[in-house]
Write a protein that binds this ligand. Structure first.
Ligand SMILES: Nc1nc2c(c(=O)[nH]1)N[C@H]1C(S)=C(S)[C@@H](COP(=O)(O)OP(=O)(O)OC[C@H]3O[C@@H](n4cnc5c(=O)[nH]c(N)nc54)[C@H](O)[C@@H]3O)O[C@H]1N2
Ligand SMILES: Nc1nc2c(c(=O)[nH]1)N[C@H]1C(S)=C(S)[C@@H](COP(=O)(O)OP(=O)(O)OC[C@H]3O[C@@H](n4cnc5c(=O)[nH]c(N)nc54)[C@H](O)[C@@H]3O)O[C@H]1N2
Ligand code: SF4
Ligand SMILES: [Mo]
Length: 670
């Protein structure tokens, strides 16, 4: 029997596509794009076309598993759920009794973007008194940079880009990570508009650009300030907008007139002539749309990069209510209220916050010690930086690790107890886009596989087994969902969220928000909401690792680790276990190391090493290596995850990761 049901992509992608699932004899056999979804328009990426293989894979974890071999060996035996609950409750209770609640660390992120699934553990961890997780790994830095000058202003509707005469794609690989924005760029170009791409390497989006700027990693603040210096010195800034809608421009203008070109060129890696080209494009095109990525924020000046770019846009008046103009980082389409999902009042004390990008240190050096790690919706051994530190922590015999997973990820291999998780196609939930302005709900399209349970059921059952009796722990899934939906801001008055069905896509009222009046004003060139150790205006400055001269002497090459088109973070790693991945290296760097195209190479620094296949290409700059994709480690095949090389150092704002700032050396693999 074959049927088709509407659902939504659960992956951490700005597009949150509407999907049509084909089910044959109870199995998910095909996923296609929903033609009725205004963003998806019937088209999905290649990753998701392969997702049915993952859902139906014989690699799925179907039963609770208990470790039988050394940690990390992947030796487990099947146990019953009754046994699993007993082990879980006994271990958590003894951690709480002997070490206190904060000895338990939750670790979750965005394996499933359903709002209920993502936050399902929070009420439990609040009641338990566990340490809290600083959710910094993705967009915290970029959003803090945006907020510093844009305040509460959400991003502009990406559809405006179709009417722009210039689209600037800044630190985002649109054709890989935000594919449904590409049609808007195509529409813009059809009408004669142009595309600029600013990225350290010539990725597939940059290859399609009309003009490409190979900025140095972490050099965007210098580039944006340089372009703004040209604009201001030529008096081409939008004086009316600045006067009426903003504050503090004089301070920034004074600073810009004082900075000199050698510093700007050195930090940005681009010449005055090229930076002037960028300024000329912006001056010539009052209808400019700037799509700011998160990639440019993954370094020690990442917050500053977003700050300088937003100030450049503000000085040009890009947030004026005009066709074809705008800036977008993350859409902020729906104002979400986490209270009904997380029940913070269950927490009796302000427990410590542990930054999730410093998991390695948290498990190895933090005091008081962590004795329990509860992972769901995430694969930290692959996605968190400094993997060897994470592994050292996970290997601790005195650490009780439970992992709720769909597949035997590198993290799950280190668990004491592995619990089987459903996929989103087995669950209900609500999803919203962060690159567009839509929200929709899903129902299960297939039955649970084996004995797998969803995140909500896991934590409600665990709470009951722990004897928790508060009302939050008696909520049904529908109650939690409805309580949440009724508080979400941005839903049009004409929509009754309680009666949404799969295939109904709600468009946020913020899609048409006008930013140059009312609550969003004034925009500020001098930020009013940063810590006192931060410059209130965007400014030049050094990078933490890439500008460290001692380290540079030993490890002269920079490494960035952006996404791969076949993976979604580390999801789909199970399909590429035997593939070491590609390393892009410039001919200048390859030649004097005797590295030829296709050679296996070892990339290393003090934190660790990885082995990859070299691709010698001018798509990257001299001195810059590019390793796309968060592959799973497979030590038997001498394959290691890319985060062996990345650092636990945090970005300049909000504690984000510095995944695109590592110094390394490379040689032929012997
Ligand atoms: N196929 C695929 N799609 C994805 C993901 C995936 O893993 N695979 N991940 C998803 C997730 S979780 C997120 S957060 C988004 C992230 O998507 P993006 O916002 O696109 O961010 P990144 O992918 O980190 O990097 C994007 C680009 O920034 C460039 N970059 C790195 N450093 C700098 C810099 O200093 N300056 C500038 N200008 N550019 C720089 C990189 O080379 C890369 O081309 O994508 C989502 N979509
Ligand atoms: N080097 C480097 N590292 C990076 C980045 C980078 O650009 N470079 N990007 C960073 C970014 S932006 C992000 S967002 C993080 C992402 O970090 P994560 O959110 O951890 O991303 P995934 O690798 O997709 O892992 C999600 C896991 O959740 C599981 N999962 C899916 N659905 C469910 C569910 O319903 N229940 C349970 N229990 N599990 C489920 C999946 O099987 C998968 O193994 O990675 C970061 N790491
Ligand atoms: S990963 Fe992104 S582009 Fe691909 S189907 Fe999901 S939402 Fe759409
Ligand atoms: Mo992310």
């Amino acid at each position: 029997m074959t049927s088709q049901r509407k659902t939504i992509c659960p992956l951490d992608c700005p597009d949150a596509c509407g999907l049509i699932a084909t089910i044959e004899n109870g199995k998910l056999s095909k996923l296609t794009g929903d033609p009725d979804n205004k963003v998806t328009k019937g088209f999905i990426c290649r990753k998701m076309r392969r997702y049915p293989e993952r859902v139906e894979s014989d690699q799925r974890i179907l039963y609770p598993l208990l470790r039988t071999g050394p940690k990390g060996s992947g030796s487990f035996e099947r146990i019953s759920w009754d046994e699993a609950w007993t082990i879980l409750v006994d271990n958590l209770s003894s951690i709480q009794r002997e070490q206190g609640g904060e000895a338990l660390m939750p670790y979750s992120y965005a394996g499933n973007m359903g709002h209920v699934a993502q936050t399902a553990g929070m009420p439990f961890f609040n009641k338990f008194g566990a340490s809290r997780q600083g959710r910094t790994i993705c967009s915290a830095t970029a959003k803090a940079g945006w907020k510093a000058h844009m305040g509460a202003c959400p991003g502009a509707d990406p559809e405006k880009a179709a009417d722009a005469s210039l689209v600037v794609v800044w630190g985002i690989n649109v054709k890989v990570t935000n594919v449904h924005f590409w049609p808007m760029i195509q529409q813009c170009r059809k009408k004669g508009g142009k595309l600029l791409v600013i990225d350290p390497y010539k990725n597939i989006t940059a290859k399609a650009a009309d003009d490409y700027y190979p900025v140095k990693p972490g050099g965007d603040a210098a580039l944006a300030l340089g372009a703004l210096k040209v604009i201001v010195e030529r008096e081409k800034h939008n004086k009316t907008f600045i006067k009426q809608k903003t504050e503090g421009f004089e301070d920034l203008e004074k600073y810009l007139r004082g900075i000199t070109w050698p510093g700007i060129e050195k930090e940005s890696g681009l010449s005055k002539a090229r930076i002037t080209d960028l300024a000329n494009w912006l001056i010539a095109n009052p209808r400019t749309f700037v799509r700011i990525g998160i990639g440019l924020s993954r370094n020690s000046r990442g917050g500053m990069a977003v700050r300088a770019i937003t100030c450049l846009g503000l000085a040009l008046g890009l947030m004026e209510n005009k066709d074809g103009t705008g800036m977008l980082l993350s859409s902020g389409a729906f104002q979400t209220n986490d209270e009904p999902l997380e029940h913070p009042s269950l927490s009796k004390k302000e427990t410590r916050i542990i930054n999730m990008v410093q998991l390695g240190d948290a498990l190895t050096t933090l005091t008081p010690k962590i004795h329990g790690l509860f992972v769901f919706n995430s694969n930290p051994l692959s996605v968190a930086p400094d993997s060897s530190k994470v592994k050292e922590g996970l290997a601790r015999e005195d650490l009780f690790t439970v992992v709720h997973e769909q597949l035997m990820t590198p993290t799950a291999k280190y668990a004491d107890l592995v619990l089987p998780a459903t996929t989103s196609f087995e669950n209900k939930d609500v999803y919203s886009t962060y690159g567009f302005f839509q929200l929709g709900i899903t129902e299960p399209v297939i039955d649970n596989k084996g004995e797998a349970i969803d995140n909500f059921t896991l934590f409600q059952t665990l709470a009951a087994k722990m004897g928790y009796t508060e009302p939050a722990f008696h909520e049904t899934f529908d109650e939690r969902l409805q309580n949440y939906l009724s508080t979400v801001g941005g839903i049009p008055e004409t929509v009754d969220v309680r009666s949404l069905k799969p295939g109904d896509y709600v468009e946020s009222i913020n899609k048409n928000a006008v930013f140059d009046q009312g609550e969003y004003l004034p925009f500020r060139f001098v930020s009013a909401n940063l810590a006192s150790d931060q410059s209130a205006i965007p400014c030049l400055g050094d990078l933490y690792e890439n500008d460290d001269s001692t380290l540079l002497a030993e490890f002269p090459l920079q490494l960035i680790t952006p996404p791969n088109a076949s993976y979604l973070n580390s999801t789909f790693g199970e399909m590429h276990k035997e593939d070491p991945g590609i390393l892009l290296i410039h001919p200048d760097d390859a030649t004097h190391r005797n590295i030829g195209n296709g050679d296996m190479v070892k990339v290393f620094n003090r934190r660790g090493y990885i082995n990859r296949k070299a691709k010698v290409t001018e798509d990257t700059q001299p001195g810059l290596l590019v390793a796309e994709g968060i592959n799973w480690e497979n030590p038997e095949k001498r394959i290691y995850g890319v985060n062996e090389l990345t650092s636990q150092a945090t970005a300049d704002l909000a504690g984000g990761g510095t995944f695109h700032e590592s110094l390394v050396e490379v040689c032929l693999l012997s």
